[in-house]
Design a binder for this molecule. Sequence first.
Ligand SMILES: Nc1ncnc2c1ncn2[C@@H]1O[C@H](COP(=O)(O)OP(=O)(O)OP(=O)(O)O)[C@@H](O)[C@H]1O
Ligand SMILES: [Mg+2]
Length: 259
Amino acid sequence: MTDDLPLLTVDAVTRHYGAHIGCKAVSFALFPGEILAIVGESGSGKTTLLNCLSCRMPVSSGTVSYQMRDGGMRDLATLTEAERRFLMRTDWGFVHQNPADGLRMRVSAGANIGERMMAVGDRHYGRIRQTAEDWLARVEIPGTRIDDRPTAFSGGMRQRLQIARNLVTAPRLVFMDEPTGGLDVSVQARLLDLLRGLVGEMGLSAIVVTHDLAVARLLSHRIMVMKEGHVIEHGLTDRVLDDPQHPYTQLLVASILEV
Ligand SMILES: Nc1ncnc2c1ncn2[C@@H]1O[C@H](COP(=O)(O)OP(=O)(O)OP(=O)(O)O)[C@@H](O)[C@H]1O
Ligand SMILES: [Mg+2]
C-alpha cells in the first residue's frame, strides 16, 4: 500500500432513481488515514453516495477507484462478485445506523466478532475467543456478556458490538452511515468518544455520513456538504465549520450554534 496515493478516488459519481437524482457528479479523493464526513439535510443524497462508494449500489455514471493491497488502483465497477465480497470481508467495514442491519442477531456477541476473524482466515478457537473478549472490553461491553445474543443488548451496546465486529480485522476503510443516529444523546456522546479513540489509535480511513455537525467536528478531518444530491462545499473540517463559504452551509452551521 502506498500512503501518498489516494485510497479511494471518486470521479463524477451520479446515481439516479428513475428521473429522480440521488446524487450528482460527486468527485473527491480520500487519502490513507483520513476521515471524511458527509453532511447534509435529510434526502440530500448522503446514503445514496455512501452506498455507491461501497459497492452496495451501482452508480448510474462516473467511477469509483480503490487502491488494492498490491498498490494498484482498480475501478470498482470492474470487480468480479468474488473480488467485491473479498473486499467487503477484509479491507472494508460498514457500520449501519441500525445495528440489527450489521449484526447477526441470532448468534452470540463473541461469535459476531469471531465470524469476521474467521472470514479473514483465522481458525484458532482460543485466539478468536480471546480477541473477541479483548474487543468487547475495548467497546466497554462486560466480558461476561460474550455468550449473550445482541437481542439481549441495549441499543448503545448493539452499536458498540457492531463497531467491534467491524474493526476487529483492522479494515483499511470503514464506511459509517449515521453511526450514532438512533441513540440517546448521552449514549451518543460516549459512543462518539469511543469511536474517536479507536479510529485515532488504529489510524483508520473512514467515510462517515452524519446530519450532526458535532459528529463531523469530533471525528473528521474534512467535511463534504451535500444539498439536493450535489456537493456544495468541501474542505477541512475546522475551515468549513468556522468559516463556511456557501450560504447553505452558513445556515446549517448557524442553526446548530443557536441550540
Ligand atoms: N430506493 C430509492 N428509490 C427512489 N428514490 C430514492 C431511493 N433512495 C433514496 N431516494 C431518493 O434519493 C434522494 C437521496 O436520498 P438519500 O437516502 O441518499 O438521502 P440521505 O441524505 O441519506 O437522507 P437521510 O438523512 O434522511 O438518511 C432522496 O430524494 C430520496 O427520496
Ligand atoms: Mg441516509
